[in-house]
Structure formats: C-alpha cells, structure tokens
Design a protein around this ligand. Sequence first.
Ligand SMILES: C[S@@+](CC[C@H](N)C(=O)[O-])C[C@H]1O[C@@H](n2cnc3c(N)ncnc32)[C@H](O)[C@@H]1O
Length: 198
Amino acid sequence: MLTVDRAKYCHESDPYLDRPRRIGYNVTISAPHMHAYALSILSNQLSDGAKALDVGSGSGYLSACMAYMVGSHGRVIGIEHIPELIEISTRNVREDNPHFLKESRIKFIVGDGRLGHAADGPYNAIHVGAAADTLPQELIDQLAPGGRLICPVVAIEGFQRFQDLLQVDKNADGTITKKKLMQVSYVPLTDPTTQLRN
Ligand SMILES: C[S@@+](CC[C@H](N)C(=O)[O-])C[C@H]1O[C@@H](n2cnc3c(N)ncnc32)[C@H](O)[C@@H]1O
C-alpha cells in the first residue's frame, strides 16, 4: 500500500485519513485499514503471476495494490457497474502506475460484479468491495482450486441487520470452506439505479 499513492485515487481532502472517503456516485473508497485487512487475508493468493478479480473496483486503488502484488506476470480485473468510475479509475492508475495498464496487468471493465467476469477466470483471489444480499454463486464458480474469495454479506437476526465479511476458500477437490471474519459496514452490492437514487 505504500507503493500505491492513495492521494491519486481519492480526490477529497485528507486522502490519507483512515476513514472511507467519498469518490462520487454515492460510494466511497474504503478506509485504508479495510484495504490492508483485505490484502493481508488474500496475500497468499495474490502471489507472483496470480489472477485476481476486484468486484466494485471504484477508485481503482485496491486493484492497483493487487496488481503490485501479483507482479508483471499476474493480472487483475476490476469490475465496476458505474461507467464514469471506470473512466476515473483508469485515469487514476494512468497517473499513478501507467505501466500497469500498458502491460495489461490491470483491466477495468463495466459490468455487474455479482456475475463476476468468467471470460478471464478462474481467479486465485476475488475481492468484493460492496455488501451482497447473498453470497453470489457465480463468484464462487469463478474461483480457481486453492483460490480465496472475501465478500461482505448482509445478515439479519431478529430486527438487527448487519454485514459479515465472509471468507470462502475453494479446496483442491473443488469443495468450499466458509468462515466469518468479522462484522463490517460496506455500501451495497446493487444495481446502478438503486445506487444513484439513494
Ligand atoms: C466501497 S466501494 C469500493 C471501493 C474500492 N475498493 C476502492 O478502492 O475505491 C464499492 C464499489 O462497488 C460498486 N458496486 C456496487 N454494486 C456493484 C455491482 N453490482 N457491480 C459492480 N460494482 C458495484 C460501487 O459503484 C462502488 O464503486
């Protein structure tokens, strides 16, 4: 994270504050401690040459950190449903680490991240940066054996509604192991109309 300058991705004041900051379109760049946590949980899967999917790539910051970790033979797909954020994230990476784009180490695509992006899979690491109502099966299907997905998922207990950050590991035989990591607070994984209406 020290090699990817957050100020190039977060154009509000105080880009280095350990808080979410607005990036427009009713969403935020997540707080640095959440990015650090996600990268550390995925660090074994973000090894040299690995393939990663960043769902809800927003500012492009986390995708750039992942691209640094997977090295020049790796590949990161950032998928985002707001086309303007894809333009902004591409510009941010071009200003910060232009070789990530020239080498095709990062590719940003417009799409519904709930469906993933099977064309470039399977992925060793999948990060979901917005809270899903239910764990998207398409994303689990796009994990490689040995791969790991982390995704915030809405949980309801009585009148309480909260989010659990779930870790999903695909074992060598294709079976799945799930683990709750902690409670979190993310923007929803939704459709553009709902996101822009709020
Ligand atoms: C908390 S922000 C993630 C920030 C990002 N990790 C960063 O570093 O800037 C969540 C992102 O998910 C996007 N998003 C929400 N629902 C989506 C969907 N169905 N498909 C793709 N992107 C989605 C939002 O537009 C937003 O950019």
